[in-house]
Design a protein around this ligand. Structure first.
Ligand SMILES: N[C@@H](CCC(=O)N[C@@H](CS)C(=O)NCC(=O)O)C(=O)O
Length: 313
């Protein structure tokens, strides 16, 4: 099975992943810099299990059949704000990939890096125009869906978890967020849940993405760019998986058969299973299923308001 490389990390062989795979949590005392500089030719992923951005990277690594060392950064214990970690990832977020002692941040850039360093199988079209069409999907994620999934996840469940956190941890978290827009979103959804004005923006982001996806699919292949999966499909998968587990997918997909077929196929793709589905724990699934459905009625109302124009009156 998987080999423990030291107290803090677990060597992950994408071919061997399954539900019982366990990442040993690390302590905050780790000296990130020292560890990474010595690790030639090893991929180290600073990771958190149910993080959509990490899931993108893990699916990409699995598609390339690469092994990696996983170091868990527990976002609910504030480990992302550890000063040593911030030297690698100044925003204090996951993922960070370290390869040959060099740190790479931003999940979209990490996936593109993996695709260029490990060319087989290619995950982007070679034709420059097709390539920009594929990149459109990660842009859609980075410019809307990512905020959307955060807002919906916070309103549905992270809110419940954070409400139980000690007040000093919560204070420290908000002091550390840095980006004022991100802090406003987190605070608003923590306080007001689905009544936060940011939830309408999330509903809009998903509506736009699914509308374009439905129009794009079937243009000449089952995947977004044709007959085989690319980074365009990978970029979307964690964002759809989260909605599915929250049991909220029907808000957007009842009248979108092509999106449904694409999603059914994506879930069968081995790299999706190994990089995402197999690494979400039973507890995380139970948490999503418990809290997500409570939002459904309100999200349907917000979605209808996008179409009847009442949202901008
Ligand atoms: N644009 C960044 C966003 C990274 C990000 O925000 N990651 C989330 C997890 S998906 C995180 O680390 N959140 C930290 C927090 O909630 O404090 C990327 O794509 O890598």
């Amino acid at each position: 099975m998987c080999r423990k490389t030291d107290r803090f990390t677990t060597r992950v062989d994408p071919n061997l992943l399954h539900k019982s795979w366990c990442i040993e949590t690390h302590s905050l005392g780790i000296n990130f810099q020292q560890r990474n500089l010595g690790d030639k030719n090893i991929l180290t992923l600073y990771d958190y299990g149910n993080s959509v951005c990490c899931q993108k990277v893990r699916i990409t690594l699995c598609a390339k059949e690469q092994n990696w060392d996983a170091v868990t950064i527990d976002l609910f214990k504030g480990e992302q704000y550890n000063p040593d970690y911030l030297k690698m990832n100044p925003k204090g977020v996951v993922p960070t990939l370290v390869h040959d002692g060099k740190a790479i941040t931003e999940s979209t850039l990490i996936c593109e890096y993996i695709d260029s360093v490990f060319p087989d199988p290619p995950l982007m079209p070679t034709d420059p125009w097709q390539c920009t069409r594929a990149q459109f999907w990660s842009k859609l994620v980075d410019e809307g869906l990512f905020e959307g999934v955060m807002v919906i996840s916070f309103s549905a469940m992270f809110r419940e978890r954070l409400k139980q956190a000690p007040p000093e941890l919560l204070r420290a978290r908000f002091q550390n967020v840095g980006d004022p827009n991100r802090r406003d979103r987190m605070k608003s959804t923590l306080e007001d849940g689905v009544d936060s004005p940011f939830v309408l923006r999330a509903v809009y982001a998903y509506e736009k993405a699914f509308k374009i996806l439905e129009e794009t699919l079937g243009d000449g292949g089952s995947w977004i760019m044709g007959d085989s999966p690319t980074l365009a499909d990978i970029a979307l998968m964690p964002f759809i998986a989260r909605l599915d587990w929250l049991e909220l997918l029907d808000v957007w997909l009842t009248e979108r058969p092509k999106c449904r077929d694409w999603w059914a196929m994506a879930q069968e793709w081995p790299s999706y299973r190994r990089g995402l589905a197999d690494l979400v724990t039973e507890e995380e699934i139970a948490e999503m299923r418990e809290h997500g459905p409570k939002l459904e009625g309100q999200l349907n109302v917000l979605r209808s308001s996008l179409h009847d124009g009442s949202w901008n009156s």
